[in-house]
Each structure stands twice: as C-alpha cells, then as structure tokens.
Design a protein around this ligand. Sequence first.
Ligand SMILES: [Zn+2]
Ligand SMILES: [Zn+2]
Length: 345
Amino acid sequence: MQAVVWIEPGRVEVRDIREPDLSDPHGAIVRVTATSICGSDLHLYHATIPVMPGTVLGHEAVGVVEAVGARVERVRVGERVLLPAVIGCGFCRSCRQAYPVDCETLPMKVLGVSPLLPGTQAELVAVPYADFNLWVLPPEVADVDALPLTDVFPTGLFAAENARIAPGDTVVVIGCGPVGLCAIQCAQLYGAALVIAVDRVPERLDWAKRLGAQAIPADDDVAPRVRNLTQGRGADAVIEAVGSEKTLHLALDLLRTGGRLSMVGVLVKEDVRLPLGTAFLKDVTLRVGLVNVPRYLPALFSLLHKHRLRAGAMITHVLSLADAARAYAMFDRKEQGCIKLCLRP
Ligand SMILES: [Zn+2]
Ligand SMILES: [Zn+2]
C-alpha cells in the first residue's frame, strides 16, 4: 500500500510499504478515505520533534473499517469512522475518565510519530483499541467536515474552555492556523463579545475576519491596538496557538490584570521561559496542555449537526495522497492561501 514516509528533515516520500496486519484482538484496520496534515506534522517534517526515518506520518483521519479483531464489540466492518488524534486503551482509569493523554496502557498516545505506531497518511491504518478510538460517523457528515474534528476543533474547544470565557469577554487569539481559527469559533460559542485575531499571514487574517474576528497583523504594534480596543484594560483572555516563547510573552502583555492565558501551541522547546514576575503582578491564570480529544467529540458532533461550526470550509486544498510531498511543502510555506489540506488515498 502507499504511505507517506519521513525520509530526512524537509523531505517526505510516498512509498509502497507492507499493509498492516490484524494481530491485535482489540484492534481494527481502517481504510483511510481522507487524512490531513497537521501543524504538528510540520515539527516532524523539519525534525524539530525527533523522528526516525521510515516513520509513516499522520494522526488525523476518517475512513471505513476494513477488519476488526476478535475482541472488538462496538465497531463493525464497513462502518465509516473518525479516528481522534489522541488515542487510549479505553479500559484504564484515565481513559474511563476521557483522559487518554494519561493512558496507563498505551505508551504512545498519537499515531504517526514513531515506527511503532504507523500513522494515518496511508491507504490503511492499524488502530489499537478500536472500541475506544473509533467514532462511527453519521452518513450526513462529509469527510471534509469530520476531519477537523479529529484534532484541530477539539484543540480549539479545549483552548476556549481553558480560557474560561464569560459572555461579553474580549478574547485575543494569537496564531490563525487551523487551531486558531477553530479557537476563534469556540470563543464565540462561549459568548465572547469581541475576538481579536493576530497572525503574520494575510490570508489567515482574512479567514479570521470572515469568522467575525477583528484582525491585527502580527507585525503591527499589537499591544497598543489591543489596549485601544479594550479601553486600555487589555484582553480578558488570550489563546496562544503558535507555541513560541515570543508569542507567549506577547500573550502576557496583551492580558488585563486577572486575565486568563490558555496555551495550546505545540511547545517543542523544553526550556521555554515565562516571565513569571509579569504574570505574578498581573494575577494571571495559565492553562497549558495537550487536548483529550474524546472529551470534546460529543459536543462537537452536536454543534456540527446544528450547523454551528465551520469545519469543512477550512479545508482549502484536497490532494491525492500520491501528492503528499508537494502538499507538505505547500502547507509548510503557507502557499496558495493554504489553511488545511486533505489527502485522499
Ligand atoms: Zn493534528
Ligand atoms: Zn488507557
């Protein structure tokens, strides 16, 4: 089968590899119908997160169940399913509390970061603990609407929840990639009166504006403009969706006293410095972490069903899996107004 394989920094290739086999009685094989490239895949692409040559990438997918193990009870062959970005066993104490990030059984919680758990950017993917990790999709939900629910929308909702948004709040979202655009929508769902979007890429700011946010280019003097929009007070909450020390400092600067900082940008550097003195004087509440996708899926399916999410609209490009190398380069350079890419095997 064809799969996207990491070769070296800045280079992936579509290779013919062996199909996964069903040795795990709790597992399933899913025929991928749509998979996407995530911002975190770019960290692997450039090896800013360590990755081994030969790793099959990808952790966001929808598809059709091809085969199930002997002990799978809930999921059936032929069903259309969504695979969340974070997986668990479903049996341990953490998973039973919808907290698979801390799964006590699975050593790795994300597919496509190691050769031990090959990823979704392939024709077929082996999914451990299928009963817990596969979500059957209603027929009316299109692949492109389901894909953002695998990771970026749950992360956006998690970010908004952590920002403790109250009706009427002013919320700044730093970074308007797919996660930031989802966070804007989720902040609005929580009742934010004003969402201010900050990014460097004009097309991304255009998207934020279309969602109803006020856009500020990151190269402008952001802080005075935010103060202007908040009667000099600063934002009630800031969602950081980039994952850099610079944007973290900016986030603190933009907050009002007593504000909340919610950080979901992937931090690849361990030793990120946070100016705690500033945070202390500002009485800041900080929440940072990795999303527990299953916790947010019931709410997101409900919102999607009621047409309250713009999910599929974010998929600006649909390419063949065979074009993955070109897709990675385009997504990496944010070319051609690319927000979120879908690859079809
Ligand atoms: Zn992802
Ligand atoms: Zn578990």
